[in-house]
Design a protein around this ligand. Structure first.
Ligand code: SF4
Length: 322
């Protein structure tokens, strides 16, 4: 079995607000191996982006990692100082943020912005080598290197998104986190960029964590899928397995809410209710107020994240069969 490059162990993170502590990430554990793509899926507010910002330790002032470990090649990032973490951020783990294409500086040429990012993060920076590298990255993401001399407003949305992907790859990271990177684009461009990002990740043999609320998108880009609900990881398995044999009722509910592009036509079913308020999450299984199978034990005790064989894990007192 391949050794994981990333091992997230019992990660717990809270936001402090005036109303109290928000339990945004609760005992989340998973691994990622070199060349593997893990999709994190769940409704908005389920903790996917909070997990990502923990991995980069880019936490806002009111957020604290309350417990757990983030091992990157055996080094735990959690206790490291900001200065120590900077050796890993962007160089070992980088991220494409939601709507990042709008964060390009409008008054700088796009190529110069990427070179500048490399200058900030690389120890052995050389200007000519960086220019050459950016040209190579532009070709990799499907942009003409001549576009390095143009400004963001001269790019289309799809071109800006490609430039942002090139920027995230500039320091040759081992792991890239992509947080809903294509949501601002039309579906055709979105599909093309998704396929290209997946091809680049495989070509460079990087680990990738792809975050989306859309389970169909996750199916397209992931080898494995982790389903999050109300700050907890409730199911994880390889993509084929989870789509054919979901164990957790929330996973099954998510799938019924999205159309399948490959399967037979079927009626879509909305998940009833709303995700819980994480200021005061429900006891036991956090999904119980919305779950049609909930019983007394679900309302009282947190289900264990159990191994169902074949690398298929789920946290449910009454797992679905077949
Ligand atoms: Fe539903 Fe109970 Fe399973 Fe939670 S533990 S998903 S409430 S059956």
């Amino acid at each position: 079995m391949t050794e994981p490059i990333l091992y997230v162990d019992d990660l717990t993170m809270h936001y402090t607000t005036r109303a109290g502590d928000v339990s945004a990430v609760d005992n989340v554990s998973f691994t990622l191996t070199k060349g593997e793509s893990l999709g994190l899926v769940g409704e908005s507010g389920c903790g996917k982006t909070s997990v990502a910002i923990c991995l980069l330790k880019l936490l806002p002032d009111n957020a604290r990692i309350k417990g757990g470990h983030i091992y990157l090649d055996g080094v735990d990032l959690v206790p490291l100082s900001e200065e120590q973490v900077r050796r890993y951020r962007w160089r070992r783990i980088s991220m494409i943020f939601q709507a990042a294409m709008n964060s390009l500086n409008p008054v700088y040429k796009v190529g110069d912005q990427i070179v500048e990012a490399m200058e900030t993060h690389l120890e052995n920076f050389s200007y000519p080598a960086a220019r050459e590298k950016v040209a190579e990255l532009f070709r990799l993401v499907g942009l003409d290197p001549a576009l390095m001399e143009q400004y963001p407003h001269e790019y289309s949305g799809g071109m800006r998104q490609r430039a942002v992907i090139a920027m995230a790859l500039a320091c040759d990271p081992d792991i890239i986190i992509a947080d809903e990177p294509t949501t601002a684009l039309d579906v055709i461009v979105q599909d093309r960029i998704l396929k290209e990002l997946r091809a680049i990740q495989q070509k460079l043999n990087m680990g990738m964590i792809y975050i989306s609320h859309d389970i169909a998108v996750i199916a397209e880009v992931s080898d494995c899928v982790g389903v999050m609900y109300a700050g907890r990881l409730v199911e994880k398995a390889c993509t084929e397995e989870i789509f054919h044999h979901p164990i957790h009722p929330y996973t099954a509910g998510l799938m019924s809410a999205f159309p399948s592009i490959v399967g037979p036509k079927r009626e879509l079913t909305m998940l009833p209710g709303e995700p819980p308020d994480l200021l005061n999450p429900p006891p036991g299984c956090r999904f119980h107020p919305r779950c049609p199978y909930a019983t007394e034990i679900c309302r009282e005790q947190v289900p264990e994240f159990k191994d169902y064989g074949g690398d298929h894990f789920a946290a449910c007192w009454h797992p679905l069969e077949g």
